[in-house]
Design a protein. Structure first.
Length: 173
């Protein structure tokens, strides 16, 4: 049976939609759970730490968002389009979501897959899949929306040039 926190999925029949109903959150969850590594063009290995585990013996849910932040920002930094200390443009998170499918625990290594679902005028929707090293099934998936703003005034700015190119390199669908 599944844990109540959703990490191991619902118990048989619990929360299942009527047969043939492929719309809504349950269908989205099933599609996300069925995605494999091939759905993500970029990966970053992130080791878990002892401190990431909570009293229930698995990585605490807030750490999953740190994994999202890490794979996204590391990708941008490695491509030279994000300067954390002095860049004129920064990404501000305006929306996040995470779906938990199986627990992750120390000392497992997370393999964070990254893709871009949409690039707008000043915003981007990153989509992240978390896998455990050596396992095919997805442990968690989610998204993170950044609006790019100027550092000083916090007003939206257009995504252009090298930043747009780096984001479009991960664009799927």
């Amino acid at each position: 049976m599944g844990e109540r926190d959703g990490r191991e999925g619902a118990a048989a029949g619990e929360g299942a939609p009527p047969a043939g109903d492929e719309k809504g959150p349950q269908a989205d969850d099933r599609r996300a759970r069925d995605e494999g590594r091939e759905a993500y063009p970029h990966f970053l290995q992130i080791p878990t730490r002892w401190i990431d585990n909570d009293v229930y013996g698995h990585v605490n849910n807030v750490v999953y968002y740190a994994f999202f932040d890490t794979v996204i920002n590391r990708y941008l930094i490695d491509r030279g389009v994000l300067d954390l200390a002095a860049g004129a443009t920064i990404g501000v998170a305006v929306e996040t979501r995470c779906r938990f499918f199986r627990s992750i625990a120390f000392p497992e290594v997370v393999e964070a897959g990254l893709r871009v679902g949409r690039v707008g005028g000043s915003s981007v929707r990153y989509e992240v899949g978390l896998f455990v090293e050596g396992r095919a099934e997805i442990a968690a998936s989610g998204h993170f929306v950044h609006v790019f703003v100027d550092r000083a005034g916090r007003r939206p700015v257009p995504i252009a040039g090298e930043l747009r190119a780096a984001l479009e390199a991960l664009l799927v669908g």
